[in-house]
Ligand binder design. Structure first.
Ligand SMILES: [Zn+2]
Length: 335
């Protein structure tokens, strides 16, 4: 097998599935806790990292929400976002679509404006100083009520120009896509693009994926690996040219494997599959580590690694001219 590590590291890349709150590294957690006069339940960075021993989605989510407690003021959201963008750019990520979870903050008494202003300021500054382009996706927490999601949607409207689309994340168990049909219909009417998490190996996974297609009309699916269990579902995803944003290192923590065999199978079926980092501070590995782990484990060829990156640019929510420019950049690199 070819060693493609250097090739992957140098490649201009796009990331389509990363939760900004999931990029909160223990070092920054300690820094923000100190600045905000908060006590953390861990004595050191090492002790905190050692507690990241999740084995399923709920055990991860508990730590994820607990960690956000250090994010209080606009500067905190700025620092969080800018740190991710610096890291991503150092790995030659040239474009990223970033999720944020406003309800996880507004329910703690932080204003919507505080959250989005800090994130947006970091996005603008990183574009200018680091040359990384980004767009923002607002996720609703599916274990909260549709009314709460609708409230978040209404809060977002004054900031519509800063948000490209909406998504759905958190605990999928007993929280199917159709629970949010009205919220997503309204989001569509407000011209947001639509995506939803279909987490891996959930109860009724394929039923949920069908719902995102038939009842919601999504423009993308986050994860969606279980589509492979249903040939008709694969055909539909392929015909609609929907991107699937798979996150192998994350899957390795919350399911039985990194699902790299499945990623390869989707490539072979011409499904627009992509590789992403999800919550890289918790599932250690940013874009390069995820791509390298996938390539090694599934023994992907150079052409398949390039295809994953083409899929990410083509499946992105960029205007066509921007997609073309990024794909040319990739072409030049490959040549
Ligand atoms: Zn995710």
């Amino acid at each position: 097998m070819e060693n493609l590590d250097k090739f992957i590291e140098g490649m201009p890349k796009a990331e389509l599935h990363v939760h900004v709150e999931g990029t909160l590294e223990p070092e920054l957690k300690f820094k923000l806790a100190k600045r905000n006069n908060l006590d953390l339940p861990y004595a050191s960075v090492e002790e905190m990292r050692a507690a990241y021993n999740f084995d399923d989605l709920p055990s991860f989510l508990k730590m994820y929400y607990e960690g956000m407690g250090v994010l209080l003021v606009e500067q905190d959201f700025y620092d969080l976002t800018y740190a991710y963008l610096e890291k991503a750019r150092s790995q030659n990520v040239v474009y990223a679509e970033i999720f944020f979870d406003p309800q996880a903050h507004t329910t703690r008494g932080i204003s919507y404006d505080t959250v989005i202003s800090g994130i947006h300021r970091a996005q603008m500054e990183a574009q200018e100083k680091l040359g990384i382009k980004t767009q923002l996706i607002m996720c609703f927490l599916r274990d909260m009520t549709p009314d709460s999601a609708m409230e978040a949607l209404e809060q977002s409207l004054p900031y519509k120009d800063w948000i490209i689309g909406v998504g759905l994340d958190s605990d999928e168990r007993n929280n199917p896509p159709i629970k949010f049909a009205q919220v997503f219909e309204r989001a569509r009417a407000e011209n947001y693009l639509l995506t939803m998490h279909c987490d891996v190996d959930q109860q009724n996974s394929t039923t949920h994926i069908w719902q995102t297609l038939n009842d919601i009309g999504v423009d993308r699916i986050d994860h969606g690996v279980n589509a492979l269990e249903d040939a008709a579902l694969c055909d539909e995803i392929k015909n609609r040219k929907l991107a699937l944003t798979v996150c192998p290192i994350s899957n390795g923590y919350v399911t039985d494997s990194m699902k790299t065999t499945e990623i390869k199978a989707m490539l072979e079926k011409d499904i627009r599959v992509t590789v992403n980092s999800d919550d890289p501070a918790y599932f250690p590995g940013y874009m390069n580590e995820n791509l390298i782990a996938t390539q090694r484990e599934a023994e992907l060829t150079r052409a398949q690694v390039i295809q994953l990156t083409i899929n990410a640019f083509e499946g992105s929510w960029l205007p066509t001219a921007d997609k073309t420019a990024f794909l040319q950049k990739l072409d030049t690199y490959v040549a």
